[in-house]
Design a protein around this ligand. Structure first.
Ligand code: MN
Length: 303
């Protein structure tokens, strides 16, 4: 059977007259494109901050998004020695290279290429995040995710996700997805029990490939291109730029000539006041002051 242009075949039934003239998808539109800004953090690590800088301070519930990518050891060897966190979650995602995580109550783990760690700091941890290599390419990401007021002081929790626990999907159009958190048509990511119902996808799109990912209406959604470029609507988002996606119920992106790779993130906004100071994210200045008092008194090192 030959379909006329405006007919759509659904489960063997032809629905006549479905329009293809207008976009049938309730696609989110790009509201903002922000280049990641070079900065230095930890003990002298050169990185690019896509979120959490003056250009883009906050995308509720996401507080910070950093990329470290360098093959010059001088850019990363200093690492992130002992420091505290309270009131939110840090997510580390490694593309290449190795990092070692160690906290003050004896938790330790190695982050390999393709692995992720979703750490809920809760009421507090003191940890170090140090490179486990002396040369070669170090390429990874750290995302900060806020906790709701009622759960900022919960017990710390680690979800260490080995590369093989993260589902990898190859679709008919050649696009590839790694599902760290949330759900696609084929797979569910291994991250569980996170308040903001997060989506974290690593998406590779060749020319002609298309991503359509349902996003709950009202959830914050953005993508960071990390290699090549992807197109959202008429906007080409190049590696190192973050695009905020607003409005619809579907994130849609297309592959371009040369292909590209992007991290697609979404989560439920908390709509609560944010008070932040260095490694602490609370709701009020008083709570921040208390976090510093507790840290100096050694409360956070006890886990
Ligand atoms: Mn940290």
């Amino acid at each position: 059977m030959r379909l006329r242009r405006r007919d759509v075949l659904v489960g063997g039934v032809t629905l006549l007259g479905c329009t293809t003239r207008s976009n049938p998808i309730d696609a989110r539109a790009v509201s903002q494109v922000v280049p990641a800004m070079p900065t230095i953090d930890g003990a002298g690590v050169r990185l690019h901050r896509a979120l959490g800088s003056r250009a883009l301070p906050l995308l509720d519930p996401f507080l910070l998004f950093d990329e470290f990518q360098s093959d010059d050891p001088a850019d990363y060897l200093a690492g992130f020695p002992q420091h505290p966190h309270r009131g939110f979650e840090t997510v580390t995602y490694m593309v290449h290279g190795a990092m070692e995580h160690r906290d003050s109550v004896g938790n330790a783990g190695r982050l390999r290429p393709g692995s992720a760690q979703w750490m809920t700091a809760g009421h507090g941890i003191v940890h170090s995040e140090m490179p486990k290599q002396e040369s070669g390419l170090m390429w990874g990401y750290q995302l900060w995710v806020n906790l709701p007021r009622a759960r900022k002081l919960i017990a710390p929790r680690y979800q260490d996700l080995a590369p093989e626990t993260i589902p990898e999907v190859t679709r008919a159009d050649g696009s590839q997805l790694r599902v760290v958190a949330g759900k696609t048509a084929e797979a569910t990511g291994p991250v569980t029990g996170i308040d903001v119902d997060p989506l974290f996808l690593d998406v590779t799109l060749g020319k002609g490939a298309e991503l359509r990912q349902p996003i709950p209406v009202g959830h914050t959604c953005f993508l960071l291109a990390i290699d090549g470029a992807v197109r959202v609507g008429t906007t080409e988002v190049r590696a190192g730029s973050l695009a905020v996606l607003q409005g619809g119920s579907m994130a849609q992106a297309h592959g371009v000539e040369g292909g590209g790779r992007a991290l697609l993130l979404a989560g439920r906004p908390l709509n609560e006041p944010v008070a932040r100071s260095g490694p602490f994210v609370m709701n009020t200045e008083d709570e921040l002051a208390q976090a510093w008092v507790d840290y100096r008194a050694g409360v956070l090192t006890r886990g």
